[in-house]
Design a protein around this ligand. Structure first.
Ligand code: GLA
Length: 389
């Protein structure tokens, strides 16, 4: 009896230690995802076939596709409020009159990829059916529609410990017969960065990027503190962009793009692309920044403390650096006031004594020497790509 009990208990211990030992080995997300998502642009109103196809056309006509923007993702509110009599998710016939597969086919024909949204609980955040206990069915449905990206949210849950349910969907997706980028959206709960790499291709690190500088700064500060967890196949997701959504100054939009790019976050645009301003378009089309974001090394930049600079706190810190496959990226951000910021390369991790050449990504200015400096207006940013001469 005691032996049996010991046997059963040790079996349970093995079972309890088992989760997290698998990686989602789908070969996707070697570099951060680039694309667009419907949510920030128009919440439920934008979860339509028409908006998805329009975004895909604009990726091409605005030159975004040529720069690597690929995923056209529809967020919450795309389905009917209940499953069909066989328990399957059903696209809202008003929003998707020809179904989902017709849309994903058209988007694939343009050389782009299509994404959808779901939830690990009983309902999505906006009250549409969640996937709890329907993981396999839903994964098969997504595969039949050839959905390339699945964002999996954290509302209406019955279980605070989220990783087991995220794993359940990971396994269902892995067995579905179609390769899908798996984007975990549990808002940084459960220290997701410590296990996200074994479960998904990206994981949200905070609550939503609601539209203000304060959110941008707070998220970036968080990203700096957990930079080491991101790498090829699994990146910290700093949340969708708020560029061209009416609340950020031009300087703040530059810093938003610059920080997300060097922090190796996915860059999922969140504006109505039919209304994007020319200045915002230039920011999201900054090829130098996209190249840094997509660098094959996939190592997120983080903050460093130059000699004489005040110590970092939990707030956004001005000095950033990170390795690239052919050098180092240095970011300087005017976090609190208009300021001239300078760094000596001897203080920068990965650089040191000697002369380096640099290019600044927003101005295109180039130079060489032993330091860089930038005169910045409030919340503006400079990003330098630095190489050994
Ligand atoms: C949550 C997510 C958002 C968005 C909404 C949709 O808040 O964090 O990104 O998907 O749900 O309802």
């Amino acid at each position: 009896m005691i032996l049996l009990l010991t046997y059963l208990l040790s079996g349970m211990a093995i079972a309890a230690a088992k989760p997290l030992d698998k990686r989602l080995d789908n070969g996707l997300g070697k570099t951060p995802a680039l694309g667009w998502n419907s949510w920030n642009a128009g919440q439920c109103n934008f979860a339509t076939a028409q908006r998805a196809l329009q975004a895909a056309d604009l990726f091409i006509s605005l030159g975004l596709k040529d720069l690597g923007y690929t995923y056209v993702n529809i967020d919450d509110c795309w389905s009917t409020k209940s499953r069909n009599s066989s328990g399957y998710l059903v696209p809202d016939p008003q929003k998707f009159p020809n179904g989902i597969k017709a849309v994903s086919d058209q988007i694939h024909a343009k050389g782009l990829k299509f994404g959808l949204y779901g939830d690990r609980g009983t309902q999505t955040c906006a009250g549409y059916p969640g996937s709890l206990n329907n993981e396999e069915k839903d994964a098969k449905t997504l595969a039949s529609w050839e959905v390339d990206y699945w964002k999996y949210d954290n509302c209406h849950t019955t279980n605070e410990n989220s990783h087991t349910e995220y794993e359940k969907m990971r396994d269902a997706l892995a067995n579905s017969g179609y390769k899908v980028f798996y984007s975990l959206c549990n808002w940084g709960r459960d220290n997701v960065w410590t296990w996200g790499g074994k479960v998904g291709n990206s994981w949200r690190i905070t609550d939503d990027n609601f539209n203000s500088w304060n959110y941008v700064a707070t998220i970036a500060a968080k990203g700096a503190s957990i930079a080491q967890y991101g790498g090829p196949g699994g990146f910290n997701d700093w949340d969708m962009m708020q560029i061209s959504n009416g609340k950020l100054s031009a300087a703040e939009e530059r810093a938003h793009m610059g920080l997300w790019a060097i922090g190796k976050s996915p860059i999922l645009l969140g504006m109505d692309l039919t209304k994007i301003s020319q200045s915002s378009l230039a920011i999201v089309k900054n090829k130098g920044l996209i190249d840094i974001n997509q660098d094959a090394l996939g190592k997120p930049a983080t903050t460093f403390r130059p000699s004489g600079a005040p110590a970092p706190s939990s707030k956004l810190y001005p000095y950033w650096a990170g390795p690239l496959s052919d050098g180092v990226v240095v970011g300087l951000v005017a976090a609190d006031n208009a300021v001239t910021l300078s760094v000596n390369f001897t203080d920068v991790p990965g650089l040191g004594a000697g002369t380096f050449s640099w290019t600044e990504m927003f101005s295109g200015k180039t130079g060489s020497g032993t330091s860089v400096s930038a005169q910045l207006s409030l919340h503006d940013m400079a990003v330098f790509r630095v190489k050994k001469v």
